[in-house]
Write a protein that binds this ligand. Structure first.
Ligand code: ATP
Ligand code: LTN
Length: 339
């Protein structure tokens, strides 16, 4: 167990989980369970950094736990838990807050984008990446599988770890981001210049994991393409829509670019859209069936999350205690064996 590299990743329970989240994150989390010591976290404390509805958060947290398991996250082979169940994350964040220069946070792209969308910006939104650093560093993580958009936060995590180690002595391992090539960035169907995002709720923007086949067919049929007719992978801005559909097709089928371009040679955009829709529908069908079975079984999710939190507490306690000791806090007697 301890021989394997430690993988940590988190996902917000903001609902509307879409195929970008699946291809960019969850599918890889599932694959990594075989090879690594994986810890996966539903980051509900991150979810309240923007205005939210408590009832919705409650429901989407349970929904996400069930969906992750339906997608193949196996609680027998990894640690799956809810962030707010493990108080070490909040405690660690406070200590990191006190060594993180404000300027580091004000520079974060995600913060600037999200702040621009809010009427009033909370301190929590600015502090979001420090909480994320705590998530990762508490477990002496080696690898953090994330989408391209999170690269900057992982760099910041390394900076915070480096600063703490420099100020107080070697305490935290510096993690590496693991960013996948295919499917790293799925774009919005209605606007292929923007990444597919849970917080964009326009009707034909995303394909959600729980969407029914007709909804999926309609969204893909309406996807923005271009006035040309070439079905090729391309970085050209005008081909962004077609490129996105091909990327989705590639990620779900595992075929090579050459194979896919040969397959669609001479066909029209209508054919492309029909085939992409069917591939997506068939990939989501078994996930949706498992999801419904899990939600129907009372107490199942609660028990998984209880065990996950217990394990996460056990695994984060030594590092948090060490950090407290290093900054000069007096440790309660029962924790002194960690230092
Ligand atoms: P929000 O709109 O609230 O920022 P999001 O859809 O970006 O939400 P997150 O919870 O921020 O989702 O991300 C969960 C995981 O999914 C992260 O690893 C993130 O990088 C990945 N991810 C999110 N959107 C995409 C996308 N369009 N393509 C690929 N990966 C994505
Ligand atoms: N900010 C991430 C979610 C997240 C995360 C983490 C990812 C919170 N804590 C720790 C990796 C490791 C996001 O928006 N995708």
């Amino acid at each position: 167990m301890s021989e394997r590299k430690i993988v940590f990743s988190g996902i917000q329970p903001s609902g509307n989980l879409h195929i970008g989240n699946y291809l960019g994150a969850i599918k890889r989390w599932v694959e990594m369970q075989d090879q690594y010591d994986c810890i996966y976290c539903i980051v509900d404390m991150h979810a309240i950094t923007v205005p939210h509805d408590p009832k919705v958060l409650h429901e989407t947290t349970l929904e996400l736990a069930a969906l992750l398991i339906a997608c193949g996250i196996d609680p027998e082979r990894c640690v799956l838990f809810v962030q707010s169940h493990v108080s070490a994350h909040a405690e660690m964040t406070w200590i990191f807050n006190c060594i993180t220069p404000l300027g580091w946070l004000e520079r974060m792209t995600q913060y600037k984008e999200k702040a621009a969308r809010q009427e009033s910006v909370s301190t929590g939104l600015l502090d979001y990446p420090v909480l994320q650093a705590s998530d990762i560093l508490l477990y002496q993580t080696d690898l953090v599988p994330v989408g391209e958009d999170q690269r900057q936060h992982i760099e910041l995590t390394r900076d915070i770890a480096g600063r703490f180690n420099h100020l107080f002595g070697e305490t935290f391992k510096l993690p590496e981001a693991l960013i996948s090539e295919v499917g790293a960035r799925v774009m919005g169907l209605d606007d292929p210049t923007k990444k597919m995002s849970k917080s964009i709720t326009s009707r034909y923007h995303a394909i959600r994991l729980l969407d029914d086949p007709d909804t999926i067919r309609t969204a893909i049929r309406r996807a923005v393409t271009d006035s040309g007719r070439e079905i090729i992978f391309s970085d050209a801005p005008e081909k962004a829509g077609v490129n996105n559909l091909l990327t989705i097709y590639q990620a779900f089928t595992g075929k090579s670019r050459e194979e896919i371009e040969a397959h669609f040679a001479g066909k029209g955009y209508g054919d492309l859209k029909r085939e992409v829709a069917e591939v997506v529908i068939e990939a989501l069908r078994p996930i949706q069936e498992r999801y419904r079975a899990i939600r129907a079984e009372r107490g199942y999710i609660d028990e998984i999350l209880r065990r996950g939190a217990e394990e996460a507490r056990r695994r984060s306690e030594p590092t948090l205690t060490q950090a407290k000791h290093r900054v000069g806090f007096v440790l309660p007697e029962e924790l002194q064996h960690h230092v």
